[in-house]
Design a protein around this ligand. Sequence first.
Ligand SMILES: [Zn+2]
Length: 336
Amino acid sequence: MAKKRRSKKSQKQMKKIISLILGLIVVVAVGFFGVESGIIGGESSLVPLVDDEHAFSLHVIDMGQGDSLLLSKDGKYALIDAGETMSPGERESREAIFAYLDSLGVKKLEFLLLTHQDYDHIGSAIDVLKRYDVGVVYDNGVEHTSKTYENLMTYLAEEDVSYKVVRDGDFISSPWSGVSIEVLSPPEDLIYKGKKADVNENSIVLKVTYGETTYLLTGDAETEAEEYILSTYADIDADLLKAGHHGSSSSSTYDFLRAVTPDVILISCGADNDYGHPHIEPLENFAKFTTADKIFRTDIDGDVVVTTDGTEYSVAVRNAPHDASKILISGNGVKV
Ligand SMILES: [Zn+2]
């Protein structure tokens, strides 16, 4: 049966209109029912606004300076990165990730995908593997000599955990019907800076699609990876972008954003972090493509959950906010 499809642009326009209408409905509902839920910029519980039993959710867990993203649908879960902040011995990120997964009753992870080898992305990986039943671990296979990565590789071998390397053009075996998970980067011939394959630039970049909704998840990919993706793929249009490298100026070029044209932008970074993430340049670039109420930062907004039924999507936050005034004073950038 032929179904008339709107153009991408008009679909986007329509989505924005739907978001606004839903936002208004929610504002009325909150006033009427006293329910703490919201859409795009609202504060909320975890009640998804897209109320579909088969809805697909992306959870950006507020775990400090690092990344840990949970995907969920139909009672099945998968984790992208399990970082730990660089503060030695504190283990706060691990506790935040555990608390979040436990609050949802997660026992099993269909897969754990590690975008790259930095501590703020893999520092809690062994703990996650010990605590949850993990189906398969994916990474980019880049050689790395950190103790954390070597320990992880040893653990995978000793415990006989299923492990696969993925590169550009691969698809992650999806545990959810209707959800496609495509790897856009790194290239088979990795991105080198000098003689070494660059750790950030070779982050696994994922295009996750459910129905008409697309999420682009970029790990810590920087400008060279963005250029590679731009030159390799004709269509990287996405509704939602998880900004590369915690909102660093090393990522999120204007040209890349122009191709992605994101409606919602997510930034995972720690409150008052040592790197000044997110930087001003990407925040200014983001403002050219979306509005301030659709830019979410874990340092300010806490955990961020995007839920879609494949057509519409909603954003909810919880455990917000951290002390925003402190963040502004410390010069970590402003919510443009
Ligand atoms: Zn990072």
